[in-house]
Design a protein around this ligand. Structure first.
Ligand code: SAH
Ligand code: SF4
Length: 380
């Protein structure tokens, strides 16, 4: 992708407050200004509103803070956004953003209008992914590091800038839901994902509730209970197969945590019930997992689990060894699932023209590194 700097990050000499939790904000204020606990809490509450409700990036705009204090804040801190490297808008309104965490380390996130109440933002939790699901583009990307909580929140803040959605809140907002379905396996970065959800869901700030936040996992069974306890987020499971041999192949983590264990963890997910169902994602791969028999098996398997089923037409990427099931096949599969009582389960592919659809996300971090290395080797 072309590198176009829409926003330059400021020099990183001052401490960045954007993305901090309340506790972190209190601590850094107490330490910098020698405040006692009560004063630090008051100051943090004040700043919280400006940063997460009003979305200001300049201390000068914090009109209820004394002028000399504003100056002192600006001397020590900054409120910095992630660097937006590129933004693409699909003809269906989907927006894909490429953001730089540091030079050459990039992630993508995607805003999808008309999902949920108004629109969902699909955020990344890692650069790349350590798992290798065979149908997923992100899985082919080698460079991996966990995002910090601030970098996860940073995606939301940058997109709110782009949508012009400050101050936060209001019934007409476009960004109403968050899905952790971008790059990476969120349950391998649970601590930061949980911290980010704390910030994003806080009612005095961005205020996107935990019920409108969905975390998707390939099935990291030992972390599922902890996810529910720490976040109260909605859960989505990337199931994609109804028997272990096939799931072992498509979603290799299944070799560690097979389907029966995964479904058991789902039944025990904190807060699960008919009002809080688990979404099962099922990618439609031609001739691989899309037969009528498998549709019936899917229904049988999910008996007793409060479930929603989401059939995802597979999104192609260069060099992938699969094809998407035909539309007739997907509809026949969906019919069987529908007749079992699951409503309209097909997920319309969004933003395919800009490679922003599920599983097409892959930043150029690795490639860039390689080309940089070559340039350096060539003495350029
Ligand atoms: N790692 C997590 C979350 C990110 S993937 C997980 O696997 O759940 C988000 C969703 O996109 C998952 O359901 C994943 O299986 C699906 N997906 C991956 N590649 C895809 C592709 N090429 N087409 C359609 N869906 C895909
Ligand atoms: Fe990773 Fe999810 Fe892609 Fe699997 S589907 S490789 S877990 S991002």
């Amino acid at each position: 992708m072309a590198e176009l700097d829409l926003k330059q990050p400021a020099a990183a000499t001052r401490v960045n407050l954007a993305g901090m939790t309340r506790g972190e904000l209190r601590a850094v204020l107490a330490e910098t200004f020698g405040l006692d606990e009560k004063k630090a809490r008051m100051r943090a509450t004040q700043l919280w509103r400006w940063i997460y409700h009003y979305g200001v990036t300049d201390f000068a705009g914090m009109t209820d803070i004394a002028k000399d204090m504003r100056a002192a804040l600006a001397e020590n801190f900054e409120i910095r956004r992630l660097a937006l490297v590129e933004r693409q808008v699909s003809n269906d309104g989907t927006r894909k953003y490429l953001m730089a965490l540091s030079p050459g380390v990039e992630i993508e996130c995607v805003f999808i209008p008309d999902v949920g109440r108004a629109g969902a933002l699909c955020v990344s939790s890692q650069v790349g992914c350590t798992l290798n699901c065979t149908f997923c583009h992100t899985g082919t990307q080698a460079l991996v590091r966990n995002l910090t909580a601030a970098e996860i929140v940073g995606q939301v803040m940058a997109v709110k800038d782009d949508l012009g959605e400050w101050p936060s809140g209001g019934d007409d907002r476009r960004l109403s839901n968050i899905v952790f379905m971008g790059m990476g396996e969120p349950l391998y970065n649970l601590e930061n994902v949980a911290k980010a959800i704390d910030v994003i869901s806080d009612g005095d700030g961005i205020s996107i509730s935990r019920r409108r936040t969905t975390v998707s996992t390939s099935g990291v069974v030992p972390q599922m209970q902890a996810l529910g306890e720490a976040t109260s987020a909605m859960l989505a499971i990337s199931l994609h197969a109804t028997n272990d041999p096939l799931r072992d192949e498509l979603v290799p983590i299944n070799r560690k945590y097979p389907i029966a264990e995964l479904l058991n963890a789902c039944r025990n997910y904190p807060g699960v019930g008919n009002a809080r169902r688990i979404t099962f994602e099922y990618v439609m791969l031609k001739g691989v997992n899309d037969s009528d028999a498998e549709a019936r098996e899917l229904v049988r398997l999910l008996k007793g689990v409060p479930a929603k089923i989401n059939l995802i037409p597979w999104n192609p990427w260069p060099g992938a060894p699969y094809e998407c099931s035909s539309w007739e096949r997907i509809e026949a599969f969906a019919d069987i699932v529908n007749r079992a009582g699951y409503a309209s389960p097909i997920r319309t592919p969004r933003g395919r023209d800009i490679a922003a659809a599920c599983g097409q996300l892959k930043s150029d971090s690795v490639k860039k590194r390689a080309s940089e290395a070559r340039r350096e080797a060539a003495g350029a």
